[in-house]
Design a protein around this ligand. Sequence first.
Ligand code: 5GP
Ligand code: ZN
Length: 114
Amino acid sequence: MGDCIFCKIANKDVSSKIIYEDDTILVFEDVNPQAPVHVLIIPKQHIPSLNDIDSDAAEIISHIFMKIPSLAEQLGVQDNGYRIVVNCGTDGGQSVGHLHYHLLGGRTLTWPPG
Ligand code: 5GP
Ligand code: ZN
């Protein structure tokens, strides 16, 4: 937790381009965007990965999903559509061990993923 980059971003020890913030979540631009719109939604609380979700996390997970439509509207992608991605573990391509939701949009996204 001490050396977690997303905890540092949540604590403002590391700067980021913040899109939205409230008491429990932070939304900021991905430093290496994969689409014209690419933001990361994180709980401020350190949860390592999707594998660590339990009933204690139900409220924050619900809050994140409930917030997505208004974030998509704010980012101008609500009408054309967007994608939410959670990478988990090595095969899932997770590179930061703090739960995060990618919100991607602004172009047609290919499927299936590589
Ligand atoms: P993952 O690969 O774990 O699903 O996604 C991690 C994401 O975090 C990557 O898209 C990467 O570009 C982004 N990222 C890593 N370090 C930083 C950082 O210090 N600041 C910001 N804004 N994004 C970061
Ligand atoms: Zn963390």
